[in-house]
Write a new protein. Structure first.
Length: 315
């Protein structure tokens, strides 16, 4: 932790939440403090989408929705994140929208300037492609990680139309590059159709276990949390949340919605149950504001980032 009293967000009782600069939760910008524990960074890239585009606009939309947050105290986890650690808004990573390979390299290079021992980065995507460069930057500091992946989809396919780097292939690339600890990673919330029944067999060969939404119907949230913790233990873990893990009723503004997803309340219970995990990096991705209604998807994403902030101070 930083060796000074953390600088918190703008006080909402002095400046209304709808006023002032639109940093995430109105936190200080990275240049306004001498050091930080956790950097929240936008990655406005959606060149890897396979259906509805628009996630490039998510960082600004999620920041705007985060004005609704009251980050001073987390009631359920009984922690005061912004008083216990220095959180900052690190702005947006700039990358080309025209070349996926070049964009991934640019994201990795800029993320590497934020990731360090004792420092955690939470990325706001962007489409899920951004998880690959973020994991690369994280693993360069912490070594291979266990991946805890909340999503409707596996994202371990090989290629789309011959392209190897997309929002549905990045975790296969991460496995192939040795960035993931074998047999310790997990998908949660999987549902919907797949291209082939062997997709699940191949995914298992990459060392993943799966908790489907229908599994949670049967075993409940607490049992799912126990499975996750048993699987990951005290290993360094990268937490990746695709907002489409939520049912479209709770997150309509996303690129590839699938019905039958998690309720937002179930999702909050699952995330809060992760207290004790050694989270070394994280992202929330796939918000597509153009398809949102009343900012409910952006608010869901912003709230999940706040949940991550609370988790990091609880550990």
């Amino acid at each position: 932790m930083v060796n000074f009293t953390p600088v918190g967000p703008v006080e909402a009782t002095e400046v209304p939440r709808y006023a002032g600069l639109g940093t995430f939760a109105r936190l200080p910008q990275i240049a306004q403090v001498p050091d930080y524990d956790v950097a929240i960074v936008g990655v406005p890239f959606d060149g890897g989408t396979s259906f509805r585009p628009g996630a490039r606009f998510a960082p600004s939309a999620v920041r705007e929705a985060s004005r609704l947050l009251r980050p001073g105290y987390h009631v359920e986890l009984e922690t005061t994140p912004v008083a216990q650690a220095q959180f900052v808004d690190a702005g947006d990573i700039a990358c080309t929208p025209y070349d996926n390979h070049k964009a991934v390299t640019q994201i990795q290079e800029q993320a590497a300037k934020l990731v360090a021992k004792g420092k955690t980065v939470i990325a706001i995507g962007g489409d899920h492609t951004i998880a690959l460069p973020m994991i690369r930057a994280t693993a360069a500091v912490h070594g291979p990680v266990a991946l805890l992946h909340f999503d409707a989809h596996l994202d371990t396919w090989d290629t789309y139309f011959g392209e190897e780097i997309t929002h549905g292939t990045m975790f296969r690339r991460a496995f192939e590059e040795g960035l993931l600890i074998e047999d310790r990673s997990m998908h949660v919330g999987i549902r919907g159709p797949v291209y082939d029944k062997d997709d699940f067999l191949r995914d298992h060969e990459f060392g993943f276990q799966i908790i489907r939404c229908t599994d949670i119907d049967k075993i409940g949230v607490q049992a799912a949390i126990e499975r996750i913790k048993e699987r990951i233990g005290d290993l360094p873990v990268y937490l990746s949340i695709d907002i489409d893990v939520l049912d479209p009723a709770f997150a309509p503004g996303t690129g590839t919605p699938e019905i039958g997803g998690l309720y937002s309340r179930e999702m909050l219970q699952l995330i809060r149950g992760l207290v004790g995990l050694n989270i070394v990096g994280a992202d929330v991705v796939e918000v597509s504001p153009a398809y949102d209604h009343a900012d409910v998807t952006s608010l869901a994403a912003a709230t999940l980032v706040f949940e991550m902030m609370a988790l990091l101070t609880k550990k």
